[in-house]
Ligand binder design. Structure first.
Ligand SMILES: Nc1ncnc2c1ncn2[C@@H]1O[C@H](COP(=O)(O)OP(=O)(O)OP(=O)(O)O)[C@@H](O)[C@H]1O
Ligand code: SF4
Ligand SMILES: [Mg+2]
Length: 341
């Protein structure tokens, strides 16, 4: 069994404009030591899914309508809050989009790191301090002694993100959930932090679920990728295969909007014409239909389900595609046409 197995997660918000279906259907599995990426445009439901998995979604306004989040076989959605709190930090680490929401502004870096250890492990103050120093050094912070006494506002953005990673990793979790851990940082720092995560993953055998706008940034790191659109997973597969032969028109459009996948580390998915649907006004058929150049009448009638790509064995072999799942009724035809053209 996978370390993390999320099944059929469905999450909405009661808003002044009505029910907003932020996540319609989200499933993912992450094996021990594996890195899996979640990509998609802004508003596609990546953070809401990540927060729901962590049990950190404020409820209300959010409501988890269906789903299971099995971590080591136990359902986190049905675990008492006290147990979940102990699990978070010790077995599950998190790095969120905005460090200011996760670092306490009035506590020094050292106090915050040591507190995490003192809550989860029975250590003396001196032992906690030594571990905090080692954690800062491990994430590449120079002069960690001095940094321990610093407050978050005294650090650069890149350094704050490193401290967040150190906090998330200090109790040696089995799984790290990282939601856009490098957004808002400059390109060089982004690449350094991704390299740091990759190194920690390898050295510790830690699993990572990484949320990103930027498939180029994680392409050499996450073995599998899930693409989200309008609250649903629309394509999943091995990252390198998905980049070489995207099967869903949305994935293809995302990849086309990245100027040069190999070297554009700062590439952003932003170049797809049209806008995603309003989550308070879900469409009956495929949510991508209004923006899709390949839409046919049937696309607007029925919502395609995420299903294994139905290629002939000779085609899958020739394209080197395995274990691909796609939510598009036209995917097989489009992929065959694209590769025979
Ligand atoms: N507290 C909230 N109340 C109402 N709607 C919300 C709330 N939080 C998120 N949403 C909605 O849920 C949907 C998914 O948001 P989410 O933050 O998961 O997107 P995302 O994929 O992480 O985007 P980004 O790349 O910008 O971080 C959006 O339509 C968003 O407006
Ligand atoms: S189901 Fe139809 S509209 Fe949706 S992505 Fe596929 S071809 Fe486009
Ligand atoms: Mg987000």
């Amino acid at each position: 069994m996978s370390l993390l197995e999320v099944r059929n997660l469905r999450v909405g918000f009661a808003t002044a404009r009505g029910w907003a279906q932020a996540v319609e259907s989200f499933s993912v599995s992450v094996d021990e030591g594996e890195a899996v990426a979640i990509v998609g445009e802004s508003g596609s439901g990546k953070s809401v899914s990540a927060l729901a998995i962590a049990g950190l979604l404020p409820r209300p306004p959010a409501r988890i309508e269906t789903g299971e989040v099995l971590f080591g076989g136990r359902d986190l959605l049905r675990m008492p809050e006290r147990e979940l709190r102990m699990l978070r930090g010790r077995e599950l680490g998190f790095v969120f989009q905005d460090p200011s929401t996760s670092l306490h502004p009035l506590m020094s870096v050292g106090e915050q790191l040591e507190e995490a250890l003192l809550v989860h492990e029975r250590l003396s103050r001196a032992e906690a301090r030594a571990r905090a120093l080692a954690a800062l050094a491990e994430v590449g912070i120079a002069e960690p002694d001095e940094r321990l006494a610093a407050f978050p506002h005294q650090l650069s953005g890149g350094m704050r993100q490193r401290v967040m990673i150190a906090m998330a990793l200090i109790c040696r979790p089995k799984l790290l959930i990282a939601d856009e851990p490098t957004t808002a940082l400059d390109v060089t720092v982004q690449a350094q932090l991704i390299e740091l995560l990759r190194k920690l993953q390898r050295e510790r055998g830690m699993a990572i679920l990484i949320v990103t706008h930027d498939l180029a940034l994680v392409s050499g790191f996450a073995s599998r990728t899930q693409v989200m659109y309008a609250g649903s997973v629309v394509e999943s597969g091995f990252t390198s295969e998905l980049i070489a032969h995207p099967a869903h028109p949305y994935t293809a459009a995302l990849l086309r909007s990245v100027p040069a996948l190999d070297d554009a580390l700062d590439a952003r998915f932003g170049g797809i014409a049209g806008t995603p649907p309003d989550p308070t006004q879900p469409l009956p058929g495929c949510a991508f239909a209004p923006r899709c150049a390949h839409a046919v009448a049937a696309c607007r009638e029925r919502r395609p389900k995420l299903s294994p790509l139905a290629l002939q064995p000779s085609q899958s072999g020739a394209l080197a595609i395995s274990s691909r799942r796609v939510a598009c009724g036209e995917a097989t035809r489009l992929l065959s046409e694209a590769t025979s053209a």
